[in-house]
Design a protein around this ligand. Structure first.
Ligand SMILES: C[S@@+](CC[C@H](N)C(=O)[O-])C[C@H]1O[C@@H](n2cnc3c(N)ncnc32)[C@H](O)[C@@H]1O
Length: 210
């Protein structure tokens, strides 16, 4: 993200889009609730974390499907908008955490951790600690869906961002079962205009034992 565009501006632009495919894939991997109510909404307390949730499109989708959701982001305005637009009957399941990556040293235990296009913006000096908290928060059987950026990405070299080679990205999920692994290495569009995307789209599951 060029530094002349604020996260508030970027995130506001996300309002109204569909939830990202990474969330659909993660939800497919989690599977249906074992105890839906008459309308199909799960009644058990399934917990999700959306790390770097931005405008909260995925947070809202999870709330609508009955999840308890911890929405984490460093940008106060998006979290305010998320709280304001969340209907009262969902608000009790929404937990908002205004945290910069520099401040994250624990996350709630979760059945699903989603983090779309957000972890690359964690400064390198904080990444290992943040990643350790993500891994520690995965309950047995929990699903993780993240994107990390590779060295061919246009933004490579930004000192405030963290990049991973394929080997490094695979090492991040060591010990997890790979549900889906896709490398994108192609020209495309970003909010700020054309760019080259080098992204590892990863969905993985913590084994139920071990
Ligand atoms: C590209 S947006 C992705 C937002 C959302 N997950 C999505 O898919 O649209 C990156 C998010 O990371 C957050 N972010 C960037 N730097 C951060 C930092 N140092 N600490 C915490 N959050 C940060 C921004 O506020 C923004 O919401």
């Amino acid at each position: 993200m060029p530094h002349d565009v604020s996260w508030d501006e970027y995130n506001a632009h996300q309002s109204g889009r569909r939830p990202r495919p990474s969330l659909d894939m993660a939800l497919d991997a989690v599977g249906p609730s074992t105890s839906p109510d008459a309308s199909g909404v799960p009644t058990e307390d399934r917990v999700a974390v959306d790390l770097g949730c931005g405008e909260g499109v995925e947070v809202t989708a999870l709330l609508e499907q009955g999840w308890t959701v911890h929405a984490v982001d460093g940008e106060p305005a998006v979290l305010r908008r998320l709280a304001e637009r969340t209907p009262a009957d969902h608000a009790g399941r929404l937990h908002i955490h205004h945290l910069a990556y520099a401040e994250i040293d624990a996350l709630p235990e979760a059945d699903l951790i989603h983090s779309s296009y957000a972890l690359p913006y964690c400064p390198p000096e904080h990444f290992d600690r943040v990643w350790a908290t993500v891994r520690a928060a995965l309950r047995p059987g929990a699903v993780l869906a993240v994107q990390v950026f590779g060295p061919h990405d246009t933004s490579f070299g930004d000192p405030e961002m963290t990049f991973h080679t394929e080997a490094q990205a695979r090492a991040l999920i060591a010990g997890l079962d790979v549900v889906s692994w896709r490398e994108e290495d192609a020209d495309g569009m970003a909010y700020t205009g054309p760019k080259h995307w080098h992204v590892f789209h990863v969905v993985a599951r913590r084994p139920t034992e071990g």
